[in-house]
Design a protein around this ligand. Structure first.
Ligand code: C2E
Ligand code: CA
Ligand code: CA
Length: 885
């Protein structure tokens, strides 16, 4: 028998009707049904007057009992869209009643059983409607039975009339239910309505048959009653099993649908790596509504409320399916939840509350929700509360929520929680995969994805590369945690300066990247300068303030290679090629390196830089071959002792005569060769040449040393000292004639790592010199802990000595401190007499520079040496002559 229940406008319903007006209409409808029912019953009673007899009381009581029994064993089978279909067996006692009792008795018995059950189950709000419906059912059944009986009289068996009468009852109630659905303003598809009527009819037929056959057998067959009861039991059990199966199947369907909604929603969210927010809130609210709606459908509840805790501080986000929720209990905050009878103790499994048998505070909470009963279940992940699911009021004429409903909502909630938990886990994993743990900014893959996305919709964007250089000496002195703290602070400053929506990443170390969406070069330049200013401001570290160097390079996606020439009159505008994030990053990187080389703070990418990049690439790939084909040679720059200027040695400086590019400066190709990991070959080559040179001089009785420049990489190579020692032996060169020069920044980059190699070299008794001293940040005192013998004052200070008192002071203090530490002090870049004289006056030991000689090829060095010794001889001869004279 179909049931309908009042349901106010579903949230998804387009109808704009308010709750009250629907309520009122349903009330009026119920009254009309009741009035018609009573009128029809009165009419019937007048037509079939009652002739009271004592037997009727017994029969009546038996019927009440029978109706009560069938109400209790009715099987709730399907709930969809507010129509629940209950397999009830009302037609069985009704069919029997038609045979054995007058109209009034059957009606009374049915009403007592039906309304009694309703009241017992405390489903008060539909009593009017249901009473009217029951009266109409019975009245119609008797009308059909009586009329059919009159027609059949004499021509056929009487049971046909009972049969038809019994069937008319469920048809009546179905039609009423459809009318009620209509009154409630809810649509039921014609197909669904037809199916409902058909099912009711089939069930009515079966029940009527059982009733009629049962009555006939019970009255006409010897000992027929047990047989009838056994059959009834069998039919009931069959229904029960069938409905159980159906319910399980539908519960499973609902479960998988709910999981599917969450999963689908998750897939959509996964498309955006940027989504770093909480999982639950990442699910679209439409999807949440879908989940609530599905649970409501499955339970046949008047309303399902999902309360989701996205943020422990904020009110729980509320999604409602079904009847509107009174405003006071939407979006309850933490304090509200503590005060709310239903939410106060979320527990861990389903709880079932009813107004009638609850504590006052729970009753209060139900009244606030305008609900008579509620199922409440928390959404719990392993560690915390994700939310709460509430289901209010069963849409059923008779019953409230049952065991199956509790099971269903419990399982659904745990599936939902698991799905959310999985998503949270996935989101965490995804977040970690796309973010830098130190600064919380994106990492390179995350940035690449996000920037690619932004670039697709904003073709005119600018890529910024920002390098923060915390001096290694600072890291060293303060420990790595401090340089990490500076990096974190820099990340924060960048984020503050660029705003929350600009894609921003820490690529590695102090390297950051950002994409300025919809920016032109002018804006980028302004932004870059502001960043430099912001990041260069000192970083407070404990009681110190630390400064960091900042350089920015940028490249525009709207500036493809050809665009520079597009302004030229008649010039063809460069066809914009698609620049992807990697290409933009590479270009910004090239610009950054160009800025570093030229000592600027900010530089834009220029296509010519790309050429330089390309050239570097070519140089690196051609270098080995250049070594073998004699393009690479070694020049020598003499070093003289001060103040007497005798030649002490030379510095070996590499030269590359490139067939295409001409003479190349080591400053151009050595860093590239180093970066490509080919510098060992270079060092070996120069070392060989140098030792051969010394050997030749030794063979001629000259003791002239050679200095060879080393790369930082050699300092990390534990085999390097062994190779040096082997080379010394091979050419039979005394170690003190070989000087190895290491740049200050190279040694200081990682002194602990350099130390073992330095010690081993020192033990070979070669001379160790620290090159370019003064440009780094190391103190001489620190140098003392390293086994070095010589310090070379960087040429920039020597150049500036004449004009800049600061430079002069630096040179003087290096000479003095160097001496106090027992080091030989060398000045390079000596271009003028004045400088040489000043250095000599300070006590600087050795001078090197264009004043003495430019770097010379081997032959020219020989010529220079000869001229020098000849001159010295002449001078000496002259002196002798003078002395003699
Ligand atoms: P460096 O070791 O500081 O070498 C001194 C540089 O200063 C040389 O430039 C030299 O020509 C230049 N110089 C010397 N005196 C004067 C002067 O009075 N005025 C001016 N303006 N410049 C002067 P070069 O030969 O271009 O070498 C540049 C750098 O390339 C070197 O700097 C060194 O760091 C690197 N390098 C050169 N040869 C080698 C090598 O064989 N191996 C490695 N690893 N690096 C090398
Ligand atoms: Ca050098
Ligand atoms: Ca130098």
């Amino acid at each position: 028998m179909p049931e309908t229940a009042p349901e106010r406008t579903a949230a998804a319903d387009a109808s704009a009707e308010t709750d009250q007006s629907v309520d009122r209409r349903f009330g009026v409808f119920s009254v009309i049904v009741l009035v018609i029912g009573v009128a029809a019953a009165a009419l019937m009673s007048w037509w079939l007057p009652l002739h009271p007899s004592t037997g009727q009381i017994g029969t009546g009581l038996l019927l009440v009992l029978a109706f009560l029994v069938v109400e209790q064993v009715s099987v709730n089978i399907d709930v969809r869209g507010g129509i629940s279909w209950t397999i009830s067996f009302t037609e069985i006692p009704l069919a029997i009643g038609l045979f054995v009792a007058p109209f009034q008795v059957v009606l009374a018995a049915h009403l007592i059983a039906g309304v009694g059950t309703l009241l017992a189950r405390r489903v008060q709000d539909r009593v009017l409607y249901n009473t009217g419906a029951e009266i109409l059912e019975i009245t119609n059944a008797f009308a059909v039975y009586t009329v059919a009986g009159m027609i059949i009289q004499g021509t056929g068996p009487q049971w046909i009339a009972a049969y038809l009468g019994a069937i008319s009852a469920p048809i009546t109630s179905t039609l009423l239910a459809l009318a009620a659905v209509h009154v409630l303003g809810r649509r039921l598809r014609v197909g669904a309505a037809t199916k409902l009527v058909f099912r009711t009819l089939v069930l009515g037929l079966v029940n009527a048959s059982v009733g009629v056959v049962g009555y006939e057998v019970a009255t006409n067959v010897d000992h027929g009653l047990p047989l009838v009861l056994a059959t009834l039991g069998g039919v009931w059990a069959l229904y029960l099993a069938y409905s159980g199966l159906l319910r399980e199947q539908r519960d499973l369907e609902a479960l998988s649908e709910v999981s599917l909604i969450v999963a689908r929603s998750g897939r959509r969210a996964a498309a955006r790596p940027a989504a770093g927010q909480d999982t639950a809130s990442a699910i679209k609210s439409d999807d949440w509504h879908g989940v609530a709606q599905r649970i409501r459908d499955q339970l046949g509840a008047a309303r399902v409320v999902l309360r989701l805790r996205f943020d422990p501080q904020a009110p729980m986000h509320t999604v409602v399916a079904g009847q509107e929720l009174p405003a006071g209990v939407v979006d309850i905050d933490t304090a509200g939840a503590k005060a709310d009878g239903l939410l106060r103790l979320p527990g861990s499994h389903v709880r079932h509350f009813r107004r009638v048998d609850s504590l006052p505070e729970i009753r209060q909470a139900l009244i606030q929700r305008n609900a008579h009963e509620a199922l409440v279940v928390p959404l719990r992940s392993a560690s915390h509360l994700l939310g709460v699911v509430e289901a209010h009021d069963k849409l059923s004429r008779w019953r409230g929520f049952g065991q199956a409903d509790l099971r269903m909502i419990g399982t659904t909630a745990s599936h939902l929680a698991t799905a959310l938990d999985n998503r949270r886990l996935l989101a965490t994993l995804r977040h970690d995969a796309y973010h830098d743990p130190l600064t919380g900014l994106h990492n390179r893959p995350g940035f690449r994805q996000l920037a690619t996305e932004m670039l697709a919709s904003n073709p005119g964007s600018v890529m910024l590369r920002v390098d923060l250089e915390v001096q290694p000496a600072i890291s060293d002195a303060l420990g790595y945690a401090w340089s990490d703290r500076i990096t974190i602070a820099a990340g924060r400053r960048l984020r503050d300066a660029l705003g929350p929506d600009t894609p921003l990443a820490r690529l590695e170390g102090g390297a950051f990247a950002a994409l300025l969406v919809d920016a032109d070069l002018e804006r980028a330049q302004v932004a870059a300068e502001k960043l430099v200013a912001g990041l260069s401001a000192p970083y407070p570290v404990d009681r110190l303030t630390v400064e960091a160097g900042v350089v920015v390079g940028y490249s525009s996606s709207a500036m493809p290679d050809g665009v520079l020439f597009s302004d030229a009159p008649g010039g063809r505008a460069g066809t914009p090629t698609e620049l992807d994030v990697d290409e933009l990053l590479k270009r910004a990187d090239v610009a950054l390196r160009a800025a570093k080389t030229s000592g600027e703070r900010v530089r834009a990418y220029m296509p010519s830089m790309g050429q330089i990049f390309l050239r570097r690439f070519q140089l690196v790939t051609q270098f080995r071959q250049a070594l073998e084909t004699g393009q690479v040679s070694v020049h020598y720059q003499p070093k003289v002792a001060l103040p007497r200027r005798e030649v002490l040695g030379v510095e070996a400086l590499v030269r590359w005569r490139h067939p295409e590019f001409g003479d190349l400066h080591p400053d151009e190709f050595v860093p590239a060769v180093e970066a490509a990991g080919l510098v060992d070959a270079l060092t070996e080559f120069v070392l060989d040449r140098a030792l051969i040179r010394i050997r030749k001089w030794l063979d001629r009785g000259l003791r002239i040393g050679v200095a060879v420049n080393l790369s930082v990489r050699s300092l990390a190579d534990l085999e390097f000292p062994t190779r040096v020692s082997a080379a010394l032996e091979r050419y039979r060169v005394p170690p003190e004639l070989l000087t190895l020069e290491l740049t200050e920044s190279g040694v200081m980059a990682d002194p602990q790592r350099a130390l073992p190699v330095l010690r081993a070299l020192h033990n070979l008794a070669v001379v160790l010199a620290v090159d370019d001293f003064g440009t780094g940040y190391s103190s001489l005192a620190y140098l003392r802990q390293l086994p070095v013998d010589e310090v070379k004052i960087d040429k920039s200070f020597v150049f500036g000595m004449g004009s800049d008192l600061g430079d002069l002071a630096v040179v003087r203090s290096i000479v003095e401190l160097g001496h106090s530490l027992g080091l030989v002090v060398v000045a390079e870049g000596v271009e003028e007499d004045a400088a040489r004289d000043q250095l000599a006056a300070m006590g600087c030991d050795v001078a090197q520079g264009y004043l003495i000689s430019r770097p010379l090829s081997e032959e020219r060095l020989e010529a220079w040496l000869q001229a020098r010794t000849a001159m010295a001889k002449n001078v000496r001869d002259e002196t002798v002559l003078t002395l003699l004279s």
